[in-house]
Design a protein around this ligand. Structure first.
Ligand SMILES: C[S@@+](CC[C@H](N)C(=O)[O-])C[C@H]1O[C@@H](n2cnc3c(N)ncnc32)[C@H](O)[C@@H]1O
Length: 273
């Protein structure tokens, strides 16, 4: 499946986030805050704790200029701005997600601190040395040319700037058919191993590379997310149809099996420019 289509047909969307907030608050009239969105606008594993863990590794403080690469609907960017007091720019390929990020950010009054640019992570539309920190979560699996993204992150960071990201990683035993299915079903291309990423970061010029295996943590989280997507069944069928609901469910069951079998997992990477 093409990456743009995958996120156009994703169970998590701007409308779904607002509906969920409405249900939690008994309506969405009046002022919304970023905190109202946080239980619903994070499209990665481990929720706000995972964003915090990246922020620590990226050394993000109130004076940091932060780039969120593949920012989605902007949940992590708004969390960083609201908790750390920093300014965050998100770069996002999918038009619906980029405009959704801008609208949700305005809706909660964070537009002074969080902005979004529609663009491609492999050709960042920013001048060199523009940011103090780059972060990214569960997105680089979709990018075939990972070296290009790492080179771009290196280019836009100031010397000494920090890059911290999480992503899917392969473990020994992931077969060609399983890889092909991940690519077909969710545009997961050229998945890297933990060591593969370490090598690519070094080649891109990063130093002090640290690699953490998150596979055990993600095993439990994935099962919870499968349950969460199943709880969204009615909404997903209404918005995208029964066939799409079933295809997404089959994809998720497949993920859970691969992680249970130790063939697929997660990694957190951090490094200095
Ligand atoms: C799983 S979502 C994660 C969103 C966000 N990081 C979060 O944690 O909430 C992955 C996002 O990466 C975006 N993406 C994929 N390839 C991209 C690329 N080459 N450049 C920019 N964004 C990309 C997708 O459109 C999608 O919004």
């Amino acid at each position: 499946m093409r990456i743009i289509d995958f996120y156009d047909q994703h169970p998590i969307s701007e409308g779904q986030v607002l509906d969920a907030v409405g249900r939690a608050r008994g309506g969405i009239d009046g002022t919304l805050t970023a905190d109202d969105l946080f239980p619903f606008d994070q499209d990665h594993y481990g929720g706000l704790g995972a964003v915090d863990a990246l922020a620590r590794r990226a050394g993000i403080s109130a004076c940091s200029r932060v780039l969120d690469i593949c920012a989605g609907l902007g949940g992590p960017a708004r969390f960083l701005a609201s908790r750390r007091g920093c300014r965050v720019v998100g770069v996002e390929l999918n038009t619906g997600r980029a405009s959704g990020m801008a609208r949700l950010t305005r809706r909660v009054g964070l537009q002074h601190a969080v902005t979004v640019v529609r663009g491609d992570a492999t050709a960042l539309p920013f001048a060199a040395a523009r940011f103090d920190a780059c972060v990214s979560q569960e997105a680089l699996l979709h990018v075939a040319d990972k070296s290009a993204v790492l080179a771009e992150a290196h280019r836009v960071l100031v010397p000494g700037g920090r890059f911290a990201f999480t992503d899917w990683v392969t473990h020994p035993g992931l077969g060609d058919l399983e890889r092909a299915r991940l690519e077909d079903w969710m545009a997961a291309v050229t998945l890297q191993s933990l060591d593969g990423y370490r090598t690519l970061l070094g080649r891109a010029g990063f130093r002090a590379v640290e690699v953490e295996d998150l596979t055990d943590e993600w095993r439990a989280i994935l099962k919870q997310r499968l349950a969460m997507y199943r709880a969204l069944r009615e909404e997903t069928v209404r918005r995208l149809g029964e066939a799409r609901y079933r295809a997404y469910d089959a994809l998720y069951v497949f993920f859970v099996r691969l992680v249970d079998a130790g063939k697929l997992g997660g990694g957190r990477f951090s490094a200095s420019r």
